[in-house]
Design a protein around this ligand. Sequence first.
Ligand code: FES
Ligand code: MG
Length: 590
Amino acid sequence: MTTRTPVRPFRSREWFAAPGRSDMAALYLERFMNYGITPDELRSGKPIIGIAQSGSDIAPCNRIHLETVKRVREGILAAGGVPMEFPLHPIFENCRRPTAALDRNLAYLGLVEVLNGYPIDAVVLTTGCDKTTPSSLMAASTVDIPAIVLSGGPMLDGWHEGELVGSGTVIWRSRRKMAAGEIDEEEFLKRAMESAPSAGHCNTMGTASTMNSIAEGLGMSLPGCAMIPAPYRERGQIAFETGRRIVEMAYEDLRPSKVLSRQSFLNAIKLLTAIGGSTNAQPHLNAMARHAGFTLDAADWMAGYDLPLIVNMQPAGAYLSERFHRAGGIPAVLRVMIEAGAIDGSVATVTGRTLAENVAAAPIKDADVILPWAAPLKERAGFLVLKGNLFDFAIMKTSVIGEDFRARYLSRPGAEGVFEGRAIVFDGSDDYHHRINDPALAIDENCILVIRGSGVLGWPGSAEVVNMQPPDALLQKGIQSLPTLGDGRQSGTSDSPSILNASPESAAGGGLRWLRTGDTIRIDLNTGTCDALVDMAEIARRLAEETIPAVPQSNTPWEELYREKTGQLGDGGVLEFALKYRRTSEKVPR
Ligand code: FES
Ligand code: MG
């Protein structure tokens, strides 16, 4: 295998076999021998395959990769490569304060520097928890060396007293039950623990499963990779195959720029609808597309809106990832979509074959979980893009609009899909928690809860706080959700039909900053508009009167730099200056 000639000379040769620079090569070589690598291995012409390790004790969703990489290494060695593992900046969604959103761009920056600055010819990206996938793929595009995604896989399905309990989703649902007095704290904790029964990332179609599914849909992983549960034997097997495949990709010089196309990103938007994916996919997909050189606009997103939801998984449906995997997983969904003409199967993938070729024989093994395109779980189930006088861009995940919510708000005869409500405005989540149960606000079912100061600049990082729970008094009356709106995000495991990611955010001067409690907001799902019914003169008066609200001070150097350089969620929340750096691997650093 090592006698094969790579399409593009391996860049590691510049370090280890630089002609006429044996002094430098010796310097580069000597320390690797510390752990037993021989000079021969490094000089044999074999590709050096990086393994970006995202798992650690503080990144528990990805910790399974401490195991999977053993099989990746064996695959790399079996195919004639030299593995070199290194850490990715840890990203753990649930614990990172003030928010893990800060880490996506930081891990991106770190990975770019490692891939660019070290003798690495190709890389295995180990992914899992929400932002590990987009950060890795963003970096792979910037550097543009052959790259393949290996998901760690979701946890096994969680069960509580004979009922499926999904990670994240159980928290939102149990919080409402606790506020309504139906369960106590101990029961809450028990449910939470049982929703997380094994190693792996969230077992709902939250952001983690969504982003790993998207990586597969983009053709950046081996088929089936996203949904194999972390503890299954197939996880170790696909880790081995991923290791083998990346060595071939190194020889073929099959880089992200040859796999990813505008068409593959448009496919991903549509896949998102079919699986009922997380609203966090919007900034992440925009970010991945922009780093790969493509733009996704409101019309591109709306192309996904009209499509059906066919995967019956929480939070939009009933089941969890283990069952979805056994039903056929992402390959089966992609095949259905290609056969329905909903996505373009001719796009390239890391296998060297097209997406359609990869999934041509993928079976549906459980019709309760993967439904037919013509008889879906829900019609028109994508993200609705909204705009109006409060923001230029926001999204709403329509697949989680429940029947009670639809009946209460969206089914008035003659005004279907139109809702008018009294705004209750909160400045960040502390303000929300302090005041949500304040009787003076007189919150009833005709209110819309608004949160601002929760975006990229305001939080900073943008927080998952828009899925605000109604006041306890309403929950006790059986009202599970109110319409909500905000310039932050919400958890992908949430079942709230919120208006999210409003850009520009209040802290960037967006319209939410002049909104006041008591204003009427009109949302029209038919036209994709959301406006405060406040006249221009009054808006001008308020703007003249008010300054942009102060944001909490940055607490670390990165928070300050992040705020300075990061754009709005509607544009992917990327480090805007970084976009001009493309295909950096084409120039080996001096
Ligand atoms: Fe890490 Fe859900 S919290 S995957
Ligand atoms: Mg999440």
